[in-house]
Design a protein around this ligand. Structure first.
Ligand code: NAD
Ligand code: TYD
Length: 370
């Protein structure tokens, strides 16, 4: 039996990871440490909240003493670190929180882990610090360039990716210098349930339902490599169970899409849903599909994101050959499951959209629109 401390477990990927883990390994104990920023939502953990082997702790990863005490009292052997400021547009509007949480916060966790597991000798051999990072640390690709491998040089371009790159280096340094048992994974863009509606896929989905503009940055030709979130959790599972200490693994969907094509695809899938389910027209009367009109009439090309990385793509050869990783969910399946989840969980996203995020969206997207 293992005891995991999952930071950022009330966020999008962290919560999906907790659900995945508690389903796969019901005998393990899982503690979530989350500060519940605008992106954290305790409702994301509702399905596990009353389980005896689950505990939620409201706190900041920057609180080193709190983390130390959790590692000690819960006898944690595995720390999986998701907590971060994660939205590129917010990092452009205000980088400070990104440096604080992503860099200083990660360092606080590393210090606590070293102190309790190594210096105090609670678990000098079999501990693990797994750091969840992003493919954005590698910078951007042209259409012709090969996908990022683990050997691609770091070249972060946004305050978000620069802060994640810094945290990756700190994790590496704690392994090299102090012998902390670390692993890191760099993943491509995730999508799926509980995705906060400031990110492209949920934002477009909900805006279509409400007949609101779909803001596509620039000409929509930027490319992202999309992975269903459960397949990210599965990749981290393989790294935790079979990964080499000190190693980094790229996780990706080998599933590249231009933004405009994703937006058009979601428009079409929503139309298909409305064609087969009359009740959707009553629930979402402002959706163009309710009037038999094309959803893509809502698309609006807006001012590009400053420094917008053109293309990300992950080469998954290493994790496939070393750990046998292969995504389980096809994009066709994953995007349909995601749309169904948003249609079935209106209470979840209505509550999220009533929150402070809405004010931010209103101010920032108003400025970005042409
Ligand atoms: P998210 O923004 O949805 O969730 C982040 C969570 O961290 C929230 O619950 C928030 O409350 C919590 N948090 C923030 N600051 C904290 C602090 N100081 N102390 C404690 N908790 C804090 O992010 P996400 O999309 O779930 O991403 C999770 C991790 O995965 C991040 O490290 C991100 O860089 C990485 N990642 C994300 C993607 C993606 O597509 N979303 C892709 C690759 C890697
Ligand atoms: P996002 O979901 O913010 O993820 P990331 O920036 O980490 O890749 O954005 C995905 C892509 O979609 C990115 O190229 C920016 C673009 N985008 C839009 O065109 N319009 C939007 O409203 C948003 C949020 C993103």
């Amino acid at each position: 039996m293992a005891c995991l401390l999952v930071t950022g477990g009330a966020g999008f990927i962290g919560a999906n990871f907790v659900h995945y883990w508690m389903n796969e390994y019901p005998a393990d104990r899982v503690i979530v440490l989350d500060a519940l920023t605008y992106a954290g939502n305790i409702q994301n953990l509702a399905p596990v909240n009353d389980k005896s082997n689950f505990r939620f702790v409201h706190g900041d990863i920057g609180d080193t003493k709190l983390v130390e005490s959790l590692l000690r009292t819960e006898n944690v052997d595995t720390l999986v670190h998701f907590a971060a400021e994660s939205h590129v547009d917010r990092s452009i509007a205000g980088p400070d929180a990104f440096l604080e949480t992503n860099i200083m916060g990660t360092h606080s966790l590393l210090k606590a882990a070293r102190q309790v597991w190594m210096t105090e000798g609670l678990n000098p051999q079999n501990h693990r610090f797994h750091h969840v990072s992003t493919d954005e640390v590698f910078g951007e690709l042209t259409p012709e360039e090969p996908a990022f491998t683990e050997k691609t040089a770091y070249a972060p371009n946004s305050p978000y990716s620069a802060s994640k790159a810094a945290s990756d280096f700190l994790v590496r340094a704690y392994h090299h210098t102090y012998g902390l048992n670390v692993t890191t994974s760099n993943c491509s863009n995730n999508y799926g349930p509980y995705h906060f509606p400031e990110k492209l896929i949920p934002l477009v989905t909900l805006n279509i339902l409400h007949g609101k503009t779909l803001p596509v940055y620039g000409d929509g030709s930027n490319v992202r490599d999309w992975l269903y979130v459960e397949d990210h959790a599965y990749g981290i599972d393989l790294v935790l169970k079979k990964g080499k200490l000190g190693e980094t693994y790229n996780i990706g969907g080998v599933n590249e899409w231009k933004n405009i094509d994703i937006v058009r695809l979601i428009c079409r899938l929503v139309e298909e849903k409305f064609a087969t389910d009359e009740s959707l027209k009553t629930r979402f009367p402002d959706c163009p599909a309710s009037r038999g009109e094309a959803n893509d009439s809502l698309i609006s090309f807006v001012t590009d994101r400053p420094g917008h990385d053109f293309r990300y793509a992950i080469d998954t050869t290493y994790i496939r050959d070393e750990l046998g990783y292969k995504p389980k969910v096809t994009f066709e399946e994953g995007i349909r499951k995601t749309l169904d989840w948003y249609l079935d969980n209106e209470d979840w996203w209505r509550a999220v959209m009533d929150g402070s995020y809405q004010d931010w969206i209103n101010t920032n997207y108003a400025q970005m629109s042409r």
